[in-house]
Design a protein around this ligand. Structure first.
Ligand code: 6PG
Length: 233
C-alpha cells in the first residue's frame, strides 16, 4: 500500500467540487485512452452531490464509464435516502451512461444478500481506476465505522448497527476500496475539522485505512481545514 496522502485545501465547497470534477474527468480520459474503460467507485452522502451536478453538465465518453458505489443504505431503490438514487438525480439520469454500466448495490435485498451479490461485479472490476469517498464526523468512510471489525479478506461487508442512520447498510471493504490506481477523498465544512485533525495526528480512523498504489488525494475546504494546513491564496 502506497502510504502517501496528499492534502489539497480549496477555498470553499464549490471549489472542492470543481477540483473533484476536474480530477474525475481527467482520470477518465487517461483510463479510457490506456484501457478503453474507466471504472470509478462513487462516494455516498451529501458532499459529492455538488461534484455530481457539475459532472451532469460535462462532456465525456460516457459509454466507456463503469460505475460502482462505495456503500449503500438498506432502503428501497426509489427511497431518497439511497446513495444510488441521489446520484442518479444529480448526475446519472442526465448523461448517456449505458444502464448496464451502472452497478448499484442491491441493498433492498438486505445487508447479507446484497453484500454477497455485490462481490461479483466488484471482483470483476478490480483494480478500480478511481475510488471517490467522503468522510463522516467520526472518521468513518463508505460504511466503515469506528469500532466495527470486518474480515479483512472480504470485498464487501454487510453492516449492522451503523451509528449514522439507517443502521443496516452494505459497504465495500478497505481491501476493495484500496485496490485502485487513484483514491480521492472529499471533506467540507467545519464539522469535519475534528476528524481531519485526528487523521493527520495518526489516529487509526477507518478513513485512514484506505490507501492504493497511487496514494490518496484528500480535497478539503477552508472550513474543514481550519488552521490545520497552511492555506495559500
Ligand atoms: C453514506 C456515505 C458516508 C458519507 C459520510 C459523509 O452512505 O452515508 O457513504 O460514508 O460519505 O457520512 O457524509 P456527508 O458527505 O453527507 O457529510
Amino acid at each position: 500500500m502506497h502510504n502517501s496522502t496528499r492534502w489539497h485545501v480549496c477555498e470553499d465547497a464549490a471549489a472542492v467540487a470543481t477540483e473533484a470534477a476536474r480530477r474525475i474527468l481527467a482520470a477518465a480520459e487517461t483510463a479510457i485512452a490506456a484501457r478503453g474503460v474507466f471504472r470509478i467507485v462513487l462516494a455516498g452522502g451529501r458532499t459529492p452531490l455538488r461534484t455530481y451536478r457539475l459532472l451532469s453538465r460535462a462532456t465525456a465518453d460516457w459509454t466507456s464509464w463503469y460505475l460502482y458505489f462505495s456503500d449503500e443504505r438498506c432502503l428501497p431503490p426509489d427511497h431518497d435516502g439511497r446513495n444510488s438514487r441521489a446520484t442518479a438525480l444529480a448526475w446519472l439520469d442526465r448523461v448517456p451512461i449505458p444502464a448496464p454500466n451502472i452497478h448499484p448495490i442491491p441493498a433492498e435485498l438486505g445487508a447479507e444478500a446484497a453484500a454477497a451479490a455485490y462481490r461479483h461485479p466488484v471482483s470483476a472490476a478490480l483494480p478500480f481506476d478511481l475510488v471517490t469517498l467522503g468522510m463522516g464526523e467520526d472518521g468513518h468512510t463508505a460504511s466503515l465505522f469506528p469500532g466495527q471489525v470486518h474480515p479483512v479478506a472480504e470485498l464487501t461487508h454487510p453492516i449492522h448497527g451503523a451509528p449514522k442512520p439507517p443502521p443496516d447498510r452494505v459497504s465495500l471493504s478497505a481491501r476493495a476500496l484500496s485496490d485502485a490506481c487513484a483514491i480521492m477523498i472529499l471533506a467540507t465544512g467545519a464539522e469535519k475539522k475534528g476528524p481531519l485533525a485526528a487523521w493527520r495526528a495518526g489516529e487509526p480512523l477507518p478513513v485512514a485505512g484506505i490507501g492504493g498504489t497511487g496514494g490518496v488525494d484528500v480535497l478539503i475546504d477552508r472550513d474543514a481545514n481550519g488552521a490545520l494546513i497552511p492555506y495559500r491564496l
